[in-house]
Design a protein around this ligand. Sequence first.
Ligand SMILES: Nc1ncnc2c1ncn2[C@@H]1O[C@H](COP(=O)(O)OP(=O)(O)OP(=O)(O)O)[C@@H](O)[C@H]1O
Ligand SMILES: [Mg+2]
Length: 383
Amino acid sequence: MTRIILFTGKGGVGKTTIAAATGIKCASLGYKTLVISTDPAHSLADSFQRELAPYPVEIRENLYGMEVNVEYELEKHWETIKEYLKLFFMSQGIEDVVAEELAIFPGFDELASLLHLLEKYESGEYDVIILDCAPTGETLRLLSVPEVAKWYMNRFFGIEKKLLKVVRPIAEPLIDVPLPSEEVLDKVQELYVKIGRLKEILESDEAIIRLVMNPEKMVIKESERAFTYLNLFGYAVDAVIINKIFPEEAGGYFKYWFEAQKKYMEEIKHSFPVPIFRVMFKEREIVGDELEKLANEIYGEKDPAEVFVTEKPMKIIKDDEGYSFYIKAPFIRKEEVKLMKRGDELIVVAGQWKRIVFLPQSLALKDAVKASFNNGEIKILFR
Ligand SMILES: Nc1ncnc2c1ncn2[C@@H]1O[C@H](COP(=O)(O)OP(=O)(O)OP(=O)(O)O)[C@@H](O)[C@H]1O
Ligand SMILES: [Mg+2]
């Protein structure tokens, strides 16, 4: 079993610092730990005060760090597909250079770090893998990659491959669009299979997400949104870490900030139904040895590799009424939720977000007869 911990939150709140500190604590407890970052600004290396590489580099006993090299990953996983897309775009009269740009997979940097996570997870080499994610918005996209890609590939490439065998000899001479070769489709297939496995891992009990935030209005709002969508996507947030809290002794100049933060911390306590860890604003940047102190301040006697909340954001309960499917979605208003059932798919729209839940067979054959929204939880009754 490998524990996977993803740190996310708004830009600059302290994700990298806390991911690094968590890594240090895990390693000191004897877990073989890897911290992965995709940040091209090398802030993980700055935190550890060590040069990192696109492969695990030993930082201290039991602790490894790596910085994903997106360019290299693109080449490895995407080159074949890209060549085809480039030809395709060029056949449409698009210039060489532009076609090259167009053929870059959108959001590939995010996918690249996930593919690394998968590889390192499957190697079974580590007890704990920590992912220092991109700011919230991007991470949300990152986490929906497996789902969206699966849906897309099921409907598009799945059919295409079978069809192509028959169609290619007849169609190719007649149309001015190059058809993808077997090799391209194999690559797509390979990526697809990996994405499916990733999704399984991220939704399993082994993976958890920790939200890092500062006690500030805008940060809280964004985190609330993130919390809802993570739950909708079936990923478990097991803790919130409030970072950069001003000490009361700072007084004077910081008096307003202190009062405001106090209010916002109350708000956080009420809105996030998970354990909350607190970290004070430090006198100086937290790098190198300071990280160890920080880790002890956050977790104290607790083991960071433990899961602090085990309840799943989605559950199915059977009672006299029928099967009830619960999805946790605090912070959204009732009016914002729309539900639709199509065969074995349940489509949940919350605000601007949409999630397709593939229902288990037991529910897929039933009708969704009633939906309600209570205490931040969507309940759908199937009969
Ligand atoms: N508790 C704290 N007290 C003082 N400084 C802090 C604290 N936590 C983080 N910092 C500092 O704040 C800056 C931003 O932290 P960090 O790089 O960890 O944030 P991030 O969320 O990873 O940012 P990004 O979104 O850019 O990746 C760093 O200079 C870091 O040293
Ligand atoms: Mg960072």
